[in-house]
Design a protein around this ligand. Structure first.
Ligand code: FES
Ligand code: FE
Length: 435
């Protein structure tokens, strides 16, 4: 595996990880260097499973979404027989994009340059002027190419450019239980991506978004505006105590292996399923009580409480975040240079959700996580301030990330345990160091 090396060609480490002293430091070069980014493309984005899309975005046969995944233009499509596929969006002739629409429904993709045509299963359908080729010219291998691996877990589809990677479910490992908690909101076990996509750029390194997505330490300061809004809306901002210990009594963070991790804490700000708060208004109370009763009936009291009464911000290494809180947000992001990222986010909800429940979900999605919501603009501002400060990296080299390190027992969501989990795995993939 190619790794980052020092000028003396020795493997280097980007972290100081000293459990004896309870100190964890991160080399800020990891957040500013174009060399590091080039190595990440090789060692991380070409090796790990990368989120492509959700099956519900392809409702009918022939539906497609074209998007960039791990920096590559791809087509995420359901072919005419219903099979979900992923193609590199590049013509086998001389390389042009064969799909220039963001989404749609087609039987065939036509390249605008010389007119080669591909079926929606990727096979080559026609070459204009094919009499110019020798008589037995072999076109059988000239269909659209696909990533080496393309697999799904509960309709979350991922691609991997490494043919030798472990199966997706093995890669996800313990994170699957946290994905299950998201899916179990739906009585039929079917969730769908809701219409509309949030897209925004942040002038900051992509790994700062990984950190920020699960960093509950910043909540009281960065999000004081939102906390004041909630308090003024009559919502208690202290987590309730759970006397039966089905739920975490405080906010925790868990290492799920393979670089994945999650926060896990009692909900105290309302959820579109099964937790009424004054913010939703009296008129929502009856329906939310019904939703709660269905969950208990179907899953039992304990599991229903896990599904409905906890928030979980889950990171699937390297760049997928599922925020299951006041709404369900799927968020992914990719670097556009060491100092900039492009973020894409979607809302997810149960397919059978009523119009009124769906409206509450969308309202929560936009109010907190939306690019114009209470959280995201403040987070973006904070991340961009970090990136600006990091221009001093060569003279002030190390970020301090030791909160909770060395403490016995469980780690809190306001600690930096889960951030260390990410950085250890990242460092291992980048340098060959043992995590
Ligand atoms: Fe597509 Fe020539 S590049 S047909
Ligand atoms: Fe935030």
């Amino acid at each position: 595996m190619p790794t980052m090396e020092t000028s003396r060609n020795e493997p280097r480490s980007f972290v100081v990880d000293d459990p004896q002293k309870g100190v964890f430091l991160l080399d800020r070069e990891a957040l500013v260097s174009e060399d590091v980014l080039r190595a990440e493309i090789k060692n991380i984005f070409a090796k790990c499973w990368i989120y492509v899309g959700h099956g519900s975005e392809l409702k009918k046969n022939g539906d497609f979404q074209s998007r960039r995944v791990a920096g590559r233009p791809v087509i995420f499509a359901r072919d005419s027989k219903g099979q979900v596929r992923c193609f590199f969006n590049t013509c086998r002739h001389r390389g042009a994009l064969v799909c220039t629409e963001r989404h749609g429904n087609v039987r065939r993709f036509s390249c605008v340059y010389h007119g080669w045509i591909y079926n929606n299963d990727g096979s080559l359908a026609r070459i204009p002027g094919d009499e110019a080729y020798i008589e037995n010219f072999d076109t059988s291998g000239l269909g659209l190419k696909s990533p080496a691996r393309f697999e799904q877990y509960r309709d979350f589809w991922f691609m991997c450019l490494d043919a030798d990677a472990p199966a997706l479910t093995d890669y996800l490992g313990k994170a699957t239980d946290y994905i299950d908690l998201v899916i179990e909101q739906s009585p039929s076990g079917k969730m769908e991506v809701l219409h509309g996509t949030q897209e925004y750029d942040v002038q900051a390194n992509w790994k700062l978004m990984v950190e920020n997505s699960v960093d509950d330490y910043h909540l009281p300061t960065t999000h004081s505006t939102w906390l004041n809004f909630m308090a003024n809306s009559g919502v208690k901002v202290e987590p309730p105590k759970d006397k039966d210990l089905v739920l975490p009594t405080r906010g925790f963070a868990f290492d799920l292996g393979n670089g994945h991790f999650t926060t896990d804490n009692v909900n105290f700000r309302g959820r579109p399923v099964a937790a009424w708060i004054p913010l939703y208004g009296e008129s929502a109370k009856a329906e939310m009580t019904e939703i709660r009763a269905e969950l208990v009936e179907r899953l039992g009291e304990d599991r229903a409480r896990r599904v409905a009464d906890t928030n979980r911000n889950l990171v699937i290494f390297p760049n997928l975040v599922i925020n299951d809180g006041s709404s369900v947000t799927i968020r992914t992001f990719f670097p556009d240079g060491a100092n900039k990222m492009q973020v894409t986010a979607w809302a997810l909800g149960p397919v059978e959700e009523s119009e009124s429940a769906r409206a509450r979900r969308l309202d929560a999605f936009l109010t907190f996580y939306g690019p114009g919501g209470f959280a995201t603009p403040d987070d973006v501002e904070a991340l961009e301030l970090v990136q600006q400060g990091l221009a001093n990296w060569s003279d002030d080299r190390w970020s301090e990330m030791s909160r909770g390190f060395g403490r016995e027992g469980e780690q809190l969501n306001s600690d930096e345990h889960h951030l260390r989990t990410f950085w250890r795995h990242w460092n291992k993939l980048m340098t060959g160091a043992q995590a």
